[in-house]
Design a protein around this ligand. Structure first.
Ligand SMILES: [Zn+2]
Ligand SMILES: [Zn+2]
Length: 401
């Protein structure tokens, strides 16, 4: 039993540390708890007694409670102040996953238990985020980073539209410079680890190149570890990360899928395997990288086209093809319909650096290795951030919808 306790503590510390390494929390902030006969915590904290009441009042096995760093803490508090009981993410990735994010005013079992019976995470005004896991702290970690992602995207999307319609509140306007400065701090300044140069043909070197590029993408904060994917094409196989695998823990999570789809590995392979495969079949690309850089997602959701027929749905699709520089913004719905990713992505990246999918993220391609796709992921995000600033500077003078 003592041994299991040690394993559990290691796991709790792993996720506490992951929140810090990912830049989401300060070193002393995360409280991670797990049920192991009694509830164990990664560290002592006066709030753990109340948190234990919440854990025992729910059918869960782990919990994360932490106040994130800036700009995320202020953005969450802003949403709390401006929401009655919940706020709703609009980006496609977290919308399907989180539905809505409940807001609590106090860290008390009586207030939190009913919220966590319906949802896997909620925000407590002025205090932070609390998330639950039924099997492991990993689930709570995914929810924690997803809440931060969607709260960030929502703030900047809502602000741009509010500014344009003349309804932006003074509070949000005043917050903006500090939020952007804090976000710059969140992005690492040191260059990422050098990526291997290709082309690669040996399975070992392919896997190593994918592991390095996955880690670099997370380190560069171009994706929240769990939701991106990566692939390489060689030897008539698509080497691709598995669905739900962490981009910074890919070592045992890469499948080699034969082009004819004859092996069962396609089942665990990323749900986007078909889109990746069709890109390889259609041209001379060998590497694909997919991340969720925040301003690319924000820009994909903003449409200021006058008289756009899709008004209200422009975060999912627009009748008018939008671009950021040379990068098209395309639909990429789940499934195999005409707006499904496997139909939209392969033609969109032909002869281009990559594409942005509405409300979702960025796909970049390379002919030899991950150096070009990785560099372009960061460049596209930088362009989107610049485009956002330009947009909000000009939005008041754009014609009203
Ligand atoms: Zn994605
Ligand atoms: Zn539109």
């Amino acid at each position: 039993m003592r041994c299991i306790g040690v394993i559990m503590l290691k796991l709790l510390n792993k996720y506490a540390q992951k929140l810090v390494v990912h830049g989401l929390c300060a070193q002393d902030s995360p409280l991670v708890g797990g049920v192991n006969d009694v509830v164990l915590w990664n560290r002592k904290d006066p709030r753990s007694a109340e948190l234990e009441r919440i854990i025992t009042g729910l059918n869960i096995n782990s919990m994360i409670f932490a106040r994130p760093v800036e700009p995320f803490a202020s953005i969450l508090d802003y949403h709390c102040r401006n929401s009655e009981s919940e706020f709703v993410p609009e980006d496609t990735e977290t919308r399907t996953f989180l539905h809505s994010i409940p807001v609590a005013r106090t860290l008390t079992a009586t207030e939190i238990i009913p919220l966590l019976q319906k949802r896997t995470g909620c925000v407590i005004e002025g205090q932070g985020i609390i998330c639950s896991g039924t099997v492991s702290p990993e689930q709570a970690f995914v929810v924690f980073s997803s809440i931060i992602f969607s709260a960030f995207v929502k703030f900047f999307v809502d602000f741009a539209y509010a500014l344009h319609s003349g309804t932006a509140d003074e509070e949000a306007k005043n917050m903006l410079p500090e939020l952007l400065a804090a976000y710059d701090q969140f992005l690492p300044t040191s260059p990422a680890t050098a990526l291997e140069t290709g082309p690669f043909s040996m399975p070992d070197e392919i896997l190593q190149a994918m592991i390095t590029a996955g880690q670099a993408t997370v380190d560069a904060r171009m994706v929240d570890s769990f939701f991106g994917n990566i692939s390489y094409f060689a030897n008539e196989h698509v080497y691709i990360s598995q669905t739900g695998s962490s981009m910074d823990e890919l070592a045992s999570c890469i499948d080699a899928c034969p082009l004819d789809n004859s092996a069962s590995t396609g089942i665990t392979a990323s749900s986007e395997l078909v889109a990746h495969r069709d890109i390889y079949l259609a041209g001379d690309q060998r590497a694909i990288l997919h991340g969720h850089p925040k301003f690319s997602v924000i820009m994909s959701m903003l449409c200021f086209e006058h008289n756009c027929e899709n008004r209200g749905k422009c975060h999912i699709r627009c009748n008018k093809q939008r671009f950021v520089d040379d990068i098209p913004i395309i639909p990429g719905e789940v499934g195999t319909g005409p707006r499904g990713l496997s139909h939209t992505l392969p033609p969109a990246v032909q002869g281009r650096r990559g594409a942005i999918v509405y409300g979702h993220g960025v796909f970049t391609v390379g002919k030899h290795d991950f150096c070009t796709p990785f560099a372009n992921l960061a460049k596209i995000e930088k362009s989107c951030r610049e485009a956002y600033l330009k947009l909000i500077t000009e939005s008041a003078s754009l014609p009203r919808f």
